[in-house]
Ligand binder design. Sequence first.
Ligand code: SAH
Ligand code: SF4
Length: 353
Amino acid sequence: MKDCLLNYNLEEIKEIVSNLGEKSFRAGQIYKALHLGLDFSEMTELSKTFRETLQDNYVAQSVKIIKSLKSVDGTEKFLFALCDGNVIECVLMKYKYGYTICVSTQVGCRMGCAFCASGLNGLIRNLEPAEILGEVIAVNRYLGGGLGDKRKIINIVLMGSGEPLDNYDNTVKFLHLVSEQNGINISQRNISLSTSGIVPKMYKLADENVSINLTVSLHSPFDEEREKIMPVAKTYKISEILDACANYFKKTGRRYIFEYVLIKGNNDTMRHANALISKLKGRPCHVNLIRLNEVKENDLKSATDKEAYRFLGLLEKGGLSATLRRRMGEDIDGACGQLRQRYIEETAIKGEN
Ligand code: SAH
Ligand code: SF4
């Protein structure tokens, strides 16, 4: 597979350009064009020969939109093809102030959470920085956005398929590339990374000098129950996660967020609410409640709206800062990994015929 130029920052592209025998000022032009989502053939500022040399050695964009689905609520979902034929997905949400994109960081996931469609077939492979960045760039172009002030995408959440901290180096490189001044330049303050709680990597991230928001998928205040829905909980205990979050706050000054997917009769009782309150009260954190997006591969059910609001009320009464996330894109397989799973199944069926 040819290397993708989007993997590199401006300095690195300068070196590549000079190794190919061109003047280094070309690097700036190439870098901008790459972040605008252009292919080499569209980089008309460059000579035809140089474009061909680039084409012979590199790929400009390593993700291509192959399908998009729009929900009645305005949420849009994209399927991308990668150079090796793998398929990934991302979700675009429109808010008053602009677009938020939810990107994937791996093809599949090896964490195997019981409620999640991303982990059904395990981990296929890590995404390269260029592929994670490519999701943002391809959708920004699709929306007619440019660079800097002209970009259409304002926020990024790393909450698509995959465990970002299980693909640590590529994810961190992506965070740098996407926030660089000369490129699409999305502020790190507007980027949130969600992890299932890989404690050592949470400490590493705190020392990385990136000022992003840290979100942890908690889903239960009890280790034994958490283990049943999240196998990773066998390795990292809630107390260790809370210590790692406190360290993140100490190092970065940034509040952290806990995600809590409400599963009917599983983690949505008063006992769970009370335990959450006693573990989280007084911490500089926020709890984001999410109604489970039911997937057909398991029989877990979502808490009803009434139950979800009741749970929210209990947390608030207990002194926690909490919100219930509004439902989005359910008609288009909104939850992480669902659309890709459906696509794989459909193409597998077609393949059999
Ligand atoms: N691997 C990371 C980030 C991707 S998952 C993590 O687990 O945090 C992003 C969020 O989607 C997580 O909070 C995850 O628990 C949640 N999620 C997964 N499957 C879901 C489903 N079927 N319904 C609702 N949320 C789901
Ligand atoms: Fe992986 Fe996150 Fe899905 Fe768990 S919820 S399987 S960690 S993507």
